[in-house]
Every structure is written in structure tokens, then in C-alpha cells.
Design a protein around this ligand. Structure first.
Ligand code: HEM
Ligand code: CU
Length: 687
């Protein structure tokens, strides 16, 4: 066997187009071409602008939680562009006269990559990024408990995403959907490297997420500002805590299931082959033992975001803090008790189905509690519809519809009629687009100034909201209808004329979503261009409530010059009500920050090399990569010179500088919040 394993000429992205020219292979070649040219263009840009060095020293080697968070979010946005484009191609395929312009395999690859990407490389990095930026700032910490491991998680996730991108250029992705059920994904029915791409890209990122979960949890336990009790934490921090626990316990079944699949495929095991004593249901159970908690990993952080944005833009304290916390905990616990609802039809008894159906419906209760909490927070508030608030209110409205269809599906008898239909596809997009993406968009619009010092453009932000909102309804309401009419999911094409008008609407909706995404890109572009007038150096541009807003924007690398005194649940609001514009400092002491290091990047790089080699069965390279990974970790373990000191004096200067900025910033009225008069620190009560 050659050193290049199973890799051969036909795996290079343009070759199939020349051997079998068609629109389908042309699109595949074009997609591969975009990846290659895009990568080249980025490299040329970096070289021409001389940005390699700053990129390396400011970003790639960083251990700063805020920058790591930003990189995660950038990753999520890049992958979101691919995911949405794939969705548009699928929609175009289904409105084309049968059999459409894509080969059946190509369409299957598209829904598989779309689903895999959206869940693992959009949703997960997005929420991990937002947590990274915000959570330490909200609990009064200076960084994660394990900054090095945090960066390793990041580079493992990027490595996983890079593999999915590589599958456009070298070889194929799998065709078995994001769930990759055997026996279809076994070596007999899926002999090419596609499933291995799925296994190893998920392998990298699931290890990354497990480590992130551990990091978040320990950070919350150990790094809270002195005096901050658990029940003093922000709701977002609570959401992070519950998410972290879910990440720790839920990612592992996935890692194990996918590694077992790898053993089945490459080492002749038979965990999942019924004819050899294995059982496919072991995969289904393990996958969903991960998969259902996973949807709460996706949704809880967004719930946390809404619980921060809605009070701020309603000018009121969150309604029912304690009930919100308990609802979050209840959802986290219950999320481990419902996984069977993903395969009601796969042969267990009616009794078992009934139990899991009831458990599923139970989750509606704490979720309903939350919806009422948000609505009661807005009740009689003075609402201001910033982009972040629009996404939050759009979420409540839309999410409730998705929730109702979820309770319908929780009923096994209904599920028997609707499972594997487009009704289900409509349902989960109805949960995930508002319940995940809108939350993350709200988070970016809300917290962006903390990282970059300026606000995002509101006009384009609002446009993006309306396009996403209308686009969502257009793209997915029709799927409920044709799903009930019997349209199955994952179909390459439809020949039933009654579906056609609905599919056209869905296509237009998807285009509208694409326009929304474009509006967001324009929003960032316009904001960067006008950043001078959007600067909010004094911090707190929205009259916010969390202690993250007591800092200037952008937040300095060390976050807090002195750790805030936690006198209540909302010390920043108390300070403002007492007429203060900066929080009183506690004690200035020397602090230690971890030095930047290229090691996490290298670990990610060799891990990715290892995974790539495993995909193409290049055993020698795989072995080298695997060993190199651990050698790097070992070298790092013996590194004693990894901290740098920020002196108490520097911190005091930082504090004084911030105070001067705040004092020289004129106070404005809340009505001028979205104008260029907003340089930070709106104090309505003072005007
Ligand atoms: C942005 C607009 C989006 C559009 C237009 C869209 C469209 C689609 C389409 C057409 C399918 C295939 C349905 C079928 O089985 O026939 C699909 C599947 C899927 N989508 Fe989306 N989607 C979007 C966003 C998202 C988001 C944000 C997520 C998750 C965070 C997501 C997750 C999935 C998953 C998991 C599947 C199932 C893949 C499979 O069958 O294995 N999608 N989507
Ligand atoms: Cu579920």
C-alpha cells in the first residue's frame, strides 16, 4: 500500500468533471474551485498587506478568551455562508423538473454536509465563541480557567471544519445525512472516504467541545468574582453552566459511536452489523443520547442571550430570575431523558414510546416558563427595538410555533405519520433558526462593542433581521404543508405536482435568507468603514445591566483592572443608580496572564493531519501525526515560562485612563441611542 493510502487522481475535485461532464459535476468542481481560489486569495491578501505577522502574533497564538471567541464566531460565519449556499442549491434542485440538475449522490452529499456543517461547524463554534467572549466578563474573571486548553479546543474545531472544506477539493463527503446511520454508512454500502470524513471531522470537533465544556464549567466554579454566589450570576452564565455540563456528558456518546463506526469500517469490527451479531440500534441510541442533549447545547446559550438582551432593551430587570434558572436546570436534566423520540418508529414497544413521548412533552413546561418570563420582562417596559432586540422578539414569536409542532411530534402516534417527512425538517429549522441563529445574531449585535470598540450599523442590522425573518417563514412554512401531504425528507426530486407551488415559495424564502446573510456581510463592512463614528469608548452603549458593561469598549486584554465587588446581583445597575459612571475599584494587584503561544495551533495542525491521514488510510502519516500531537502536548507541559505579568501600576493607569474617557464623554438621552451621538454610557436616569 502506498504512503498516500487510498488517495488517487479521481479524488481531485476537477477530475470527475472532465471524465463525466455535467452540471452536477460542474457545480462540484466549482465549489472545490471556490475553496482553492478563496484560500489562495486570502494568502495573497495577507502577503500583499503584510498581515501574516500580526495575524500570527495577535490572533493565531492568542490565549485571550475574547479573541478566541471572535475566531470561533468568524469560523461559524464562514461555514454559515457555505451552509446557506448549499441549502439554496438544494432548494433550486427541488424546483427543477425531475430529476433535476444534481445527481442523486450529489444531492445526498449536499444535505449531509449542510446538516453536519450547520450543527457542528456553525452552531457549535458560534455559541462557543459567544460564551468565550461574554461569560468570563459576566462573572468577573480575567480568562478561562485553562486558557491553553481553550485554544487547543479552538484549533481542533477549526481542524474539523477544514476537513469538511477539504472534502470539496479532495474526495467526497458522505451521503448518509448528518446522522450517518449504519448499515448504510458501513463499508459495504459506503465504500468511499465520505463517511470517514464525517467520522474524523466530528472526532476533532467533539473532543474540542468536550474540552470546552470542562473549561467553561471549571471557570464558573473557580473564577467567579469573590462574593458572587451561583444565584448572583447572570442568566447567560447560568445557561453556560448548564450547557457546559451537557457538553461534557453529551459529546462523549458521539465520539464513542463515531469511533465504533470507524472500527467497523476500517478494522472489520461488527458493532453495527446485524448479520454478525452487531446491532444498528446501538448506534441510533448512542447518536441520539448525544443528539438530543445537543439540541439543548445549541439552544440554551441563545436562551441566555435573550435573557440579557430583553431586559436591557426593555429597561427592566429580568422577570423571575429564580424561575428562569430552575427552568434552565430542568431543561438540562430532562434533555437526557428523551432521546428515543428520534426513532419512535424503529421497533421498541408502544409503552416505551409513550414514556419517552411524555418525557418530551414535559420539556415544554420549563420552556414555556421561560417564554412567559421574557414576555413579562417586556410587559410595561420601555421597549427599544435595536437589531439585537428585534432578533429576540422575532425569536419568541417564531420559536413558539416551532415548539408547538414539537409537542405534536412528541406524540408517537403523530410521529408515525410525520417522521422522515418535510414536516420534521420544517420543525427543527423552526427551532434552530430562531432558537440558535437569531440568538447568536442578537449576541453579536449586542456584545460586538466589547471586542471591537464600535457598534454595528443598525440600519443594515434591521434589514438583515427582516430578511431573515421573512425568509425563514417563506422557506419553512411550506415544508410543514407538503410534509403533511406526504413529502419525505432527503428526496433528490419530487414528481408530485401538488408540491410544486410550495417548493417555489420555499425556494424564494431561501433566497430571502441568502439576502439576509448578505445584508449582514454588508452590515459588518459598513460598520468597519464607519467605525470612527460608531465608536463607544466609554462603554455601555445600551444602558446595559451586566458587569461586562462597566468596562470600556474595547475591553482591555486583562478585562478587569480590579475584580468587581459583587454587592448584589446587578452591581453595575446599582452603581449607575447611585450616580456613578465607573465602578469603584477594589484592590490593584499584579496579575499574570498566559503568554501567547503557537503550540495550540500546532497541536490542531498535526491533529488535522492525523485525521486526514486516517480518512485516506495513510497509516504511516497518521501514526506520525498522532505521536507528534502528544509530543507537542508533552513539550508544552514542561514549559515553565508561560506567564507574563501586568503590574498593579499598569492596571491603575488603565483604570484612570478609562475614568478620564468616561468623564469626558457627554451623557445622552436614551432616544439618541442609535445615533452617532452615542459614544457610550447612556444614563437615562441622569438626564
Ligand atoms: C438558513 C436557511 C436554511 C435553509 C434554507 C435550509 C434548508 C435545508 C434543506 C433544503 C434541507 C434538506 C431537507 C430534506 O431533507 O429534504 C436541510 C436539512 C437540514 N438542515 Fe437546514 N437549512 C437552513 C438552515 C439550517 C440551520 C441554521 C441548521 C442548524 C443549525 C440546519 C440544519 C439542518 C439539518 C440538521 C438538516 C438535516 C440534514 C439531514 O437530513 O441529514 N439548517 N436544510
Ligand atoms: Cu430530541
Amino acid at each position: 500500500m502506498s504512503i498516500l493510502g487510498s488517495l488517487d487522481w479521481n479524488d481531485i475535485f476537477i477530475v470527475p468533471f472532465f471524465t463525466d461532464p455535467s452540471l452536477s459535476t460542474g457545480i462540484a468542481a466549482g465549489a472545490g474551485g471556490i475553496v482553492v481560489l478563496g484560500a489562495l486569495a486570502v494568502m495573497v491578501l495577507l502577503t500583499v498587506k503584510g498581515w501574516w505577522k500580526p495575524l500570527w502574533s495577535n490572533w493565531i497564538t492568542t490565549l485571550d478568551h475574547k479573541k478566541i471567541g471572535v475566531i470561533y464566531i468568524v469560523l461559524a460565519l464562514i461555514m454559515l455562508i457555505r451552509g446557506v449556499l448549499e441549502a439554496v442549491v438544494m432548494r433550486a434542485q427541488q424546483v427543477s423538473p425531475a430529476p433535476g440538475f444534481l445527481s442523486v449522490e450529489h444531492h445526498a452529499e449536499l444535505f449531509s454536509t449542510h446538516g453536519t456543517i450547520m450543527i457542528f461547524f456553525v452552531a457549535m463554534p458560534f455559541l462557543t465563541g459567544v460564551i468565550n467572549v461574554v461569560m468570563p466578563l459576566q462573572i468577573g474573571a480575567r480568562d478561562m480557567e485553562f486558557p491553553f486548553m481553550n485554544a487547543v479546543s479552538l484549533w481542533l474545531s477549526i481542524g474539523g471544519a477544514a476537513l469538511v472544506m477539504a472534502s470539496l477539493v479532495v474526495g467526497h463527503f458522505e451521503t448518509g445525512g448528518w446522522t450517518a446511520y449504519p448499515p448504510y454508512t458501513g463499508i459495504k454500502l459506503s465504500p468511499n472516504e465520505g463517511v470517514d470524513y464525517w467520522i474524523w471531522s466530528l472526532g476533532l470537533t467533539s473532543v474540542g467541545s468536550t474540552l470546552s465544556g470542562i473549561n467553561f464549567l471549571v471557570t464558573i466554579y473557580k473564577q467567579r468574582a469573590p462574593g458572587m454566589k451561583l444565584f448572583d450570576m447572570s442568566i447567560f452564565a447560568w445557561a453556560t453552566l448548564c450547557t457546559a455540563i451537557l457538553m461534557i456528558f453529551a459529546m462523549m456518546p458521539l465520539t464513542v459511536a463515531s469511533l465504533m463506526l470507524a472500527l467497523d469500517r476500517q478494522a472489520g469490527f461488527h458493532f453495527f452489523t446485524a448479520t454478525q451479531g452487531g446491532n444498528m440500534m446501538n448506534f441510533a441510541n448512542m447518536f441520539w443520547l448525544f443528539g438530543h442533549p445537543e439540541v439543548y447545547i445549541l439552544i440554551l446559550p441563545a436562551f441566555g442571550v435573550f435573557s440579557e438582551v430583553i431586559p436591557t432593551f426593555s429597561g427592566k430587570k429580568i422577570y423571575g430570575y429564580t424561575s428562569l434558572v430552575w427552568a434552565t436546570i430542568a431543561i438540562a436534566v430532562l434533555s437526557f431523558t428523551v432521546w428515543v423520540h428520534h426513532f419512535f418508529t424503529m421497533g421498541q414497544t408502544a409503552h416505551l414510546n409513550a414514556i419517552f413521548g411524555i418525557a418530551t412533552m414535559t420539556i415544554g413546561v420549563p420552556t414555556g416558563v421561560k417564554v412567559f418570563n421574557w414576555m413579562l420582562t417586556m410587559w410595561r417596559g420601555k421597549l427599544r427595538f435595536s437589531t439585537a432586540m428585534l432578533f429576540s422578539t422575532g425569536f419568541i414569536f417564531t420559536f413558539v410555533i416551532g415548539g408547538i409542532t414539537g409537542v405534536m411530534l412528541a406524540n408517537p402516534t403523530i410521529d408515525f405519520a410525520t417522521h422522515n417527512s418535510l414536516f420534521l425538517v420544517a420543525h427543527f429549522h423552526n427551532m434552530l433558526i430562531p432558537g440558535l441563529l437569531f440568538g447568536m445574531f442578537a449576541a453579536v449585535n449586542y456584545w460586538f462593542p466589547l471586542c471591537f470598540g464600535f457598534r454595528l450599523d443598525e440600519k443594515w442590522g434591521r434589514r438583515s433581521f427582516w430578511l431573515w425573518m421573512i425568509g425563514f417563514y417563506g422557506a419553512f412554512m411550506p415544508l410543514y404543508a407538503i410534509g403533511l401531504m406526504g413529502a419525505p425528507r432527503r428526496m433528490a426530486f419530487f414528481t408530485e405536482p401538488a408540491y410544486f407551488p410550495w417548493l417555489v415559495i420555499a425556494m424564494l424564502g431561501a433566497l430571502c435568507v441568502l439576502a439576509g446573510l448578505t445584508a449582514q456581510i454588508i452590515q459588518v463592512w459598513v460598520s468597519v468603514k464607519n467605525r470612527e463614528s460608531l465608536m463607544v469608548p466609554a462603554g455601555d452603549p445600551w444602558d446595559g445591566r451586566g458587569i461586562e458593561w462597566s468596562l470600556g469598549c474595547p475591553v482591555p486584554e486583562y478585562d478587569f483592572s480590579t475584580i468587581p465587588a459583587m454587592t448584589s446581583r446587578e452591581p453595575w445597575v446599582d452603581a449607575k443608580e447611585a450616580g456613578k459612571r465607573v465602578m469603584d475599584p477594589t484592590e490593584f494587584v499584579d496579575i499574570h496572564l498566559p503568554k501567547p503561544t503557537g503550540m495550540p495551533f500546532l497541536v490542531g495542525l498535526v491533529a488535522t493531519l492525523f485525521a486526514f491521514a486516517m480518512i485516506f488510510q495513510m497509516w504511516l502519516i497518521a501514526a506520525v501525526g498522532f505521536v507528534a500531537m502528544w509530543v507537542l502536548v508533552l513539550i508544552r507541559s514542561y514549559d515553565t515560562d508561560w506567564e507574563e505579568t501586568v503590574t498593579a501600576e499598569e492596571l491603575r493607569e488603565g483604570y484612570e485612563a478609562h475614568k478620564r474617557v468616561v468623564e469626558s464623554t457627554p451623557q445622552i438621552r436614551l432616544d439618541d441611542e442609535f445615533t452617532t451621538k452615542n459614544r457610550g454610557l447612556i444614563m437615562e436616569t441622569q438626564v
